[in-house]
Design a protein around this ligand. Structure first.
Ligand code: CA2
Length: 145
C-alpha cells in the first residue's frame, strides 16, 4: 500500500517560527519519523509540501489509482478551499485530515474545516504525533477495506 502525505502552505516553516504554537520539529523531521515507521509497517509513503493551492489540487487529482490513502494537512486552505474539498470528493480516495494544533481550541475562523465533510476523519492537536496517528489509522483503514 502507498500513502500520500500532502502538506499545505507555510508548513515548510515548521520548526523555524512560532515554536510556541507549532513546536520545534521541522517538516523534514516529521517526514523522517514517518518514513521509519512506514518501513516497519510495510507501507510506502510519499511526502510533499506546497504553498500553492492549485498544485495541491493537482496532486489530489493525480493520487487516484496510485495511492491507497491520502493524509492531508491542508494548513490554512483547510478553512478556505472549496477547490481542495471538490478534488477530494471527486477522487473518492480515503482521506484523513491532520493538524498539528487543535484547530477547535484556536481562533474561531480555524474551527470550520471545509474538507472535514469529505474526509474519513480528522486528527488534530497532537503536534507531530498527529501524523503518526494518521499513519496508523491509514494502515488500519486499508486492512478493513
Ligand atoms: O495545526 C495545523 O496543522 C494547521 O493546519 C497549521 C496551519 C493553520 O493555518 C491551520 O489552521 C492549522 C498553519 C501552518 C503554518 O505553519 C507555520 C509554521 C511555522 C511558522 C508559521 C506558520
Amino acid at each position: 500500500m502507498k500513502i500520500l502525505f500532502l502538506n499545505g502552505p507555510n508548513l515548510n516553516l515548521l520548526g523555524s517560527r512560532q515554536p510556541e504554537v507549532y513546536g520545534r520539529t521541522t517538516l523534514a523531521d516529521i517526514e523522517a519519523e514517518i518514513r521509519q515507521r512506514a518501513t516497519k509497517l510495510g507501507v510506502e509513503v510519499e511526502f510533499r509540501q506546497s504553498n500553492i493551492e492549485g498544485e495541491l489540487v493537482t496532486w489530489v487529482q493525480e493520487a487516484k489509482g496510485k495511492f491507497g490513502v491520502l493524509i492531508l494537512n491542508a494548513a490554512a486552505y483547510t478553512h478556505t478551499s472549496v477547490a481542495l474539498r471538490d478534488a477530494i470528493s471527486s477522487v473518492q480516495l480515503p482521506t484523513i485530515e491532520v493538524h498539528l494544533s487543535n484547530i477547535h481550541a484556536r481562533e474561531e475562523f480555524r474551527h470550520r474545516s471545509l474538507i472535514a465533510g469529505v474526509c474519513i476523519g480528522q486528527i488534530a492537536g497532537f503536534g507531530a504525533q498527529s501524523y503518526i496517528l494518521a499513519l496508523n489509522a491509514a494502515v488500519n483503514i486499508n486492512l478493513t477495506q
